[in-house]
Each structure stands twice: as structure tokens, then as C-alpha cells.
Design a protein around this ligand. Structure first.
Ligand code: MCN
Length: 790
């Protein structure tokens, strides 16, 4: 069916409709933060620390202040003296959490390369940047630490005085004694040491802000690259600037990618607003690409010892994990939740594992703060369990796919309570696994692998099963676990008087296609043309409240709020139609936008005509208010748990260690699919990022604590030419936890791809006795694992 035919069809949920948002994005008419130009606007640049750890002895700003075009230079002391609360607060508390003060600009000490020290406001961005070098900073260097294990286990000066041992939190899940017993009773115990390196998000659009303080009304309007404008409004108000929430408007215009990095309340945007408040003029700040590398929150940074207990019959008896999680120099908002709850609670993977214990030590280091990056916590957890499944299969001399299948949670066991505290909503894991293995021709591949090995060629087949918790909810649970934010989402679904529909929702797109998929949900529920629906996100003055877009929550929680709102609107419209058609409400049917009297199809009224009547207000049921809209706060009863199986085929060049990625098959189950085209796009992007982590990416700090991977030619993201054509399929297992049966998909493939690729490379290297290689698996690592250089 052509796209044009699709759009005129009222049944649009589930259709591969092209994205509504693409024309403005592709033709350049879309507005990004940097496109915002205001009268009398000035420009901010931020002087950053050159050192990983140092005492600030003196800052001399006089030369910078005297430079042509410079309007003001501020230091951390100036911010303190202004009397604003000056705190970048954490948004997730854990028991015993150490929360050192995190200020807008550093005072006394710098704790990582890139820490903000001073702000220069000038007439042009160039003049502001030029003046940065004229600021004289005298430092006294301190010993630094960049590795989370060293931070805790070696004798290094603390990053913060409040945490003498650099431990921010020590988190446990599960009962260690019970799990230890399971290990003692098991036939085999296998362990693996894993390092998951730091990933740098690399959104195409660097972070930016334009702040406009009105001295008369004392109101702040700020455009910013935000994944959650309402959360930013709340944090700017309460913790940082002390401006009442109802006097701040946060606008997230088009946002060019985030991958988690634009969730957080960073000092830089707050400094932009503060400078505007000082000067009474609009101020723009835009990160350079190199600034983005040292200031955007990094992801992952886990060092783990993982153990698995298995019996001879191939059944898993227990999993035991200890992880040091690097948090960087400061606590970013969700830095505590990601390596604790999001990580430990997914360690059961797709498997029925009776005993799970996990300990996580969150460590401060002299590095860029770490927080959620696509897959956050779940990616790290699934990596651990999938590596364990491979090493255990090897120990038992079983086929890794067969070993996994033997331990899958059976379809008739859902909802399934895992030993890692969460309840999986629904799943048909074996179906997805069978689909993937059949698609790739697994048995034939194993035969081919055997034959090639005899020729001295090394083919590897990697299998990755995954499940993830998407759409954190309900709010009560989040609150019990320490969240300072809710799990709900809000929407307003409004018929306009001429019959078009406006949907306002608290999520905030950065490329996911919400304007299309959310319009599909509303159009389907209301029986109107998709082109009659306008979806509005990203403006706190238009949308009353919201939690934002992260954790693959928008389809299930935001979409759920829209579906519920649309259903409320439809029911009110039904009452109006019944009144005007002089029938009882129970006798009014609804089909493709048309209300009709059951048994008398000629007595009908289209919902858009009903909307016009609702606003005229001339002939409404008694005691009914005019208007046709619904405000909905939707708080689902649980997460959704998307799942699937990915399979990769690689061949290793024994001379060089180069990895040829021959095929990649992904079978994903994200419940009901709103738009298959968008889901496929999400899966493609996700696979690319997972492959990036497995083979190419990773932040590297040198011995001085400098980030050496801080440019596009130093930090390797995968190019399209490195990647094979992805072969994707879906199975559909609806979630019972939202009105439209969807599960998230935005992170699934990133979570699945890294362990799948590592599994494939290690499988290829089986003849060399290799059981594990750490990411990124560079050709050099492979070559050395094959004995190269010995
Ligand atoms: N969708 C669908 N059917 C489903 C599930 C989802 O059609 N069963 C659609 C949704 O309606 C939405 C998209 O797929 O248009 C992703 O939905 P969802 O899984 O709910 O994820 P979110 O919209 O909440 O997006 C967040 C997620 C995360 S956490 C990261 S990180 C990420 C990702 O999305 N960052 C992205 N995808 C990204 N895509 C782009 N282009 N840029 C990013 O920064």
C-alpha cells in the first residue's frame, strides 16, 4: 500500500507512515536552539579546567575583562555572592548516598578536565571564546584518579572531602547468603571479569541554550536542547536559580539527538540563565564539539566480576555480580539510579534464574560525570548475563544457543517474578529466539563454521538474548526507590472548533518521530485523518506538566496518556452525538469517526461535526460544559519489558585480527507496533550504537587525566560503511500495562547488539581458547588474543 493511501485510511495505528517531522528537518526550516536569535542577545563561553584535579589558587580575569567586545566575566565566587541556591541537585537518592555540593561554576577546586571555572559574556561568540585564554588561572595540581576501582581500592586523595574513600554509594540487591548457598550446591561455577568502557554520547547537535530574563516581570524564558523541559524547569527553579517555577518557561525546540545526554540538568545551561539574570539581556551558549566530549555525561564505565552457577544438565542455579561503577567527578541527576536499580534488576535476562545477588560500588573519579546513555543500566546488565551465558555454555561444552534456550522463561510463566525484584509483564522468548535462529540459518552456519575452521578460517556466530525494563513506573515504586521524579506522563487531547485535533504531551522528541506516532494513536482513537492531528511537545508554557523522553517511555507512557485522553474525548463526543441524534448513549455506535444510531445508519454524525457543536455550545446535554478536550495524567502499573534475540556472524582475519561483520539479524518484540517504519529506524540506530560500543567506541584518559578521545577523529563512532545491511523482524507480544499494548523500542537494539557482537567474536576465537574479550574489541585485541605479538 502506498504512503498516500495509508494516510487517508482512518486505521492508522500499525501503519508504516512516513515521518511527519521530516520535511522541515530536511529542508532546513526547522528551528534548533542555535537558530534562536533575540534582540540585544549576547554570547557566553565557559572557561574550563585544564586539569583533572587541582586547587584553584587564583583567578585573574582583568585582562579578559578589558578585551574588545567583552561585556562581563564571572567566576564561581560571583555566582556564590549573587545568593542564588547554586546547586545542581541529584534526582535519585540511595540509602547512604554521599551528595557533595555541585555548583554552577567551580569554587576552590576543579575535579575533572572540563569543569567550568569562569563565564565570559561578549558581543559575539568568537570574542567570548577569544577572551577565555586571557583568564589567568593559578592551580596547584592534586593527584587524580580516573578508574573506578583505583578510586576506591588505592590510596588516592578523595575527589570530594565528604567521601574519603571515593565511595558515593554501596548498593546491594538480593540476599548474599541465599545466593552463596546456591553456588555451593551447583555442579559448576564459572566467572568472568568484564570492563565496560566509558561511552561518549555524540549527539549530532551539541548542547545549547538561549536564556532571556525579563527584569520587569522577573520571568525567565530559556530555549534549550532538552529531553525533559519540565524536569529542567523544576531543577532550574528549585535547586539552582531560586526563580519560582511558574516564572520559568523552558522550550525545547528541535533537538538533534540526545541518547540520554540531554536529560540532565548541567551547570552550563544554568550559567547561561544566571548570566542573563545578571545582565538583563538574552544570552546564548553553545557547546563546541570538543566541549561536548568533556562535558556531556558519559555512559557505562563498569568494572565487574560476574559469576554463574550451573548444573550438569545445563540449568542456571545462580548469578553473583560485583561492580565498580564510575560516576565521574559529580553526581549527575540519574547517575545513582542507572548503575543500581536499572542495572541490577535486569540481571536475570530472559532466563529463569532462582538466585541473584548484585553489589554495586558507585565511585567518584576525576572524570566527566557519568549518567544514563542509550540502554542505561539495562545494557550493562544484559551484557553481564549474556557474557555469563556464553562462558557457562563453553564450560559445559554445550551449544550457546541451546544452553540459552534451556534456561528461557517459558511463555506460560508470565507475568514472571524474577529473582532480581522485578515482574516481567509478558513475553514469548522462545518464539523470538526461534525466529532469529531460523532467519539466519543457525544450524547451517554451525556446519559452515566447522568446515571453514578446517581451512584455517575463523567464523563466529554470536547469539544475544535481551529483555529490558522500559518506561519506569509506577510513580509510587519510583518514589520508594528514591526517585525525585514521577513515572507518569501527561497529555491534553483537544478537538479544535473546526474539527482538527491538538495533542499536547509532556514527552520531548530528539529524533524518535513522536509527531508521527502520537498522531497515529490519536487519529486511530478518534477516527480522524492523521493530517488533522497536530502534536505539540517541548514547551512548558503550553503543556502543563511532563516527565520527558528517556528510558524508552514515550510510546507506552506518553502514548498511553494520549490514548486515554482520546478515549475520554470520544466518550464526551458520544454523549453530545446521542443528545443531538435524540438517542440514548448506549445506542450510539462509533466507526471510523462516525457516530451512528445502532440499527439506523442514516442517523449519524461525524466526530468533527460533534466537535463544532461542542464549541458552539448551543445544543448540549443538560449540565454538560462546552468544549471537547481531556487532560490526562497516566501512571502505568508497571514497566514494559521489550525483548528479543539478535544474531551476528563475523569472520576474523587471522593475519591482522580485523573483524568482518558479515550478517546481523535482529528480532525484536516491542508489543503492538504503532509505526513499523519508525520502529525499524529505532532498531537500526540502536544496532549501530551497540556495534559501536562492541568494536569501536570508548573514552580514553591519559596518565594526566586528560581525555584523549575528544574529537570525531579520535573517538571512533561506526560509519555506515562499517555496517552490514541489518535484517530485522518483529514478533508481537502485547504489554498488558498500557491501553495500547505497546512496549518501548528506543534502546532495545543498543542493549542487544553489544553482547551479540562480543559473543560472535569470542565464538570465532574458540580454537584459540579465548573465552572473553573486553570492548571495544579492536583488531589489535583480537590479534593479541590469537597469539599475535607473543
Ligand atoms: N514506537 C512504535 N511502536 C512501539 C514502540 C515505539 O512505533 N511499540 C515508536 C514511538 O512512538 C517513538 C519511537 O518508536 O516514536 C521510540 O519510542 P520509545 O521506545 O517509547 O522511546 P522514546 O520515544 O521514549 O525515546 C527514548 C529512547 C531512548 S531512551 C534513547 S537514549 C534514544 C532513542 O529513544 N535516543 C534517540 N532513540 C533515539 N532516536 C534518535 N533519533 N535520537 C536519539 O537521541
Amino acid at each position: 500500500m502506498s504512503d498516500a493511501e495509508d494516510r487517508s485510511d482512518k486505521r492508522v495505528f500499525g501503519k508504516a507512515i512516513k515521518r511527519n517531522e521530516d520535511i522541515p528537518l530536511l529542508t532546513g526550516s526547522a528551528t534548533y536552539t542555535d537558530d534562536v536569535m533575540l534582540r540585544e542577545m549576547v554570547h557566553l563561553a565557559i572557561r574550563r579546567s585544564d586539569h583533572a584535579h587541582a586547587t584553584i589558587v587564583d583567578i585573574d580575569t582583568s585582562e579578559a575583562e578589558a578585551m574588545d567586545g567583552v561585556i562581563a566575566v564571572y567566576t564561581g565566587e560571583d555566582v556564590v555572592e549573587s545568593g542564588v541556591p547554586n546547586t545542581i541537585p541529584t534526582a535519585w537518592m540511595l540509602p547512604g548516598l554521599v551528595t557533595p555540593q555541585y555548583r554552577m561554576l567551580a569554587v576552590d577546586k576543579v575535579r575533572h578536565e572540563g569543569d567550568g571555572i569562569a563565564a565570559v559574556v561578549a558581543e559575539t561568540p568568537e570574542k567570548a571564546r577569544d577572551a577565555l585564554d586571557a583568564i589567568e588561572v593559578t592551580y596547584e595540581k592534586l593527584e587524580h584518579v580516573t578508574d573506578p576501582v583505583d578510586a576506591v581500592e588505592s590510596d588516592v586523595p578523595p575527589v570530594h572531602d565528604e567521601a574519603a574513600d571515593n565511595v558515593a554509594f554501596d548498593f546491594e540487591l538480593g540476599e548474599k547468603d541465599v545466593v552463596d548457598e546456591a553456588f555451593e550446591a551447583a555442579d559448576h561455577v564459572v566467572s568472568v571479569d568484564l570492563r565496560q568502557p566509558r561511552i561518549i554520547p555524540n549527539a549530532m547537535e551539541p548542547r545549547a541554550a538561549v536564556a532571556d530574563w525579563d527584569r520587569g516581570t522577573e520571568e525567565l524564558r530559556i530555549w534549550m536542547t532538552s529531553q525533559n523541559p519540565h524536569l529542567h524547569r523544576m531543577l532550574l527553579s528549585a535547586g539552582t536559580l531560586g526563580v519560582p517555577e511558574n516564572k520559568i518557561q523552558v522550550i525545547a525546540p528541535e533537538v538533534g539527538g540526545g541518547f540520554g545526554s540531554k536529560i540532565y540538568h548541567y551547570p552550563d545551561e544554568a550559567v547561561t540563565a544566571w548570566c542573563s539574570m545578571q545582565l538583563g539581556r538574552p544570552v546564548k551558549w553553545k557547546a563546541s564539539r570538543m566541549e561536548a566530549y568533556v562535558t556531556d555525561c558519559h555512559g557505562r564505565d563498569h568494572t565487574t566480576t560476574a559469576e554463574i552457577a550451573v548444573n550438569d544438565d545445563g540449568t542456571v542455579q545462580g548469578v553473583r555480580v560485583e561492580t565498580y561503577a564510575g560516576l565521574g567527578a559529580q553526581l549527575s541527576q540519574f547517575a545513582t539510579a542507572t548503575p543500581s536499580y536499572l542495572y541490577s534488576t535486569i540481571l536475570s535476562g530472559e532466563y529463569a534464574i532462582p538466585a541473584i545477588y548484585c553489589r554495586v560500588i558507585g565511585a567518584f573519579t576525576n572524570t566527566t560525570p557519568v549518567d544514563a546513555y542509550r540502554g542505561a543500566g539495562r545494557a550493562e546488565g544484559i551484557y553481564v548475563i549474556e557474557r555469563l551465558m556464553d562462558v557457562a555454555a563453553r564450560e559445559l561444552d554445550m551449544d550457546p544457543a541451546e544452553f540459552r534456550r534451556r534456561n528461557l522463561i517459558p511463555a506460560d510463566q508470565f507475568p514472571y517474578q524474577t529473582a532480581a525484584a522485578v515482574i516481567y509483564d509478558s513475553g514469548e522468548y522462545e518464539r523470538a529466539m526461534d525466529t532469529a535462529l531460523e532467519h539466519i540459518g543457525y544450524d547451517d552456519l554451525r556446519e559452515r563454521q566447522k568446515a571453514l575452521r578446517e581451512e584455517g578460517r575463523y567464523l563466529g556466530i554470536g547469539v544475544g538474548n535481551f529483555v529490558e525494563s522500559a518506561g519506569l513506573s509506577p510513580s509510587g515504586l519510583a518514589g520508594d526507590l528514591g526517585a525525585q521524579a514521577g513515572g507518569w506522563e501527561s497529555s491534553i487531547v483537544r478537538f479544535d472548533s473546526t474539527g482538527t485535533v491538538t495533542v499536547l504531551v509532556g514527552t520531548a522528541d530528539q529524533g524518535q518521530g513522536h509527531r508521527t506516532t502520537f498522531a497515529q494513536i490519536a487519529a486511530e482513537e478518534l477516527g480522524v485523518d492523521i493530517d488533522a492531528v497536530n502534536v505539540v511537545e517541548g514547551d512548558t508554557d503550553q503543556i502543563p506538566q511532563g516527565m520527558g523522553t528517556y528510558g524508552s517511555r514515550s510510546a507506552s507512557v506518553g502514548g498511553g496518556a494520549i490514548a486515554r485522553g482520546a478515549r475520554d474525548v470520544r466518550e464526551k463526543a458520544r454523549e453530545i452525538a446521542a443528545h443531538q441524534l435524540e438517542a440514548s448513549v448506549e445506542d450510539i455506535g462509533f466507526d471510523d469517526g462516525e457516530f451512528h444510531v445502532v440499527g439506523a445508519p442514516d442517523r449519524s454524525m461525524h466526530i468533527q461535526a460533534v466537535a463544532a457543536q461542542a464549541y458552539l455550545g448551543h445544543n448540549l446535554p443538560e449540565e454538560m460544559d462546552p468544549g471537547l478536550e481531556s487532560t490526562n495524567f497516566y501512571d502505568p502499573e508497571n514497566f514494559t519489558f521489550p525483548f528479543g534475540t539478535h544474531v551476528a556472524v563475523v569472520e576474523i582475519d587471522p593475519e591482522t585480527g580485523a573483524i568482518d561483520l558479515e550478517r546481523y539479524v535482529a528480532v525484536d518484540d516491542c508489543g503492538e507496533i504503532i509505526n513499523p517504519l519508525i520502529v525499524e529506524g529505532q532498531v537500526h540506530g540502536g544496532i549501530a550504537q551497540g556495534i559501536g560500543a562492541a568494536l569501536y567506541e570508548g573514552a580514553v584518559y591519559d596518565d594526566d587525566g586528560h581525555l584523549t578521545t575528544r574529537r570525531m577523529d579520535e573517538y571512533a563512532v561506526p560509519h555506515a560503511t562499517y555496517l552490514p545491511d541489518f535484517e530485522t523482524e518483529n514478533t508481537v507480544t502485547p504489554s498488558p500495562h498500557n491501553p495500547i499494548g505497546v512496549k518501548g523500542v528506543g534502546e532495545s537494539a543498543t542493549i542487544a547488539a553489544a553482547p551479540t557482537i562480543v559473543s560472535a567474536v569470542v565464538d570465532a576465537l574458540e580454537p584459540f581458547g579465548v573465552t572473553h574479550l573486553d570492548m571495544p574489541i579492536t583488531p589489535e585485541r583480537v590479534w593479541r588474543a590469537m597469539g599475535g605479538g607473543d
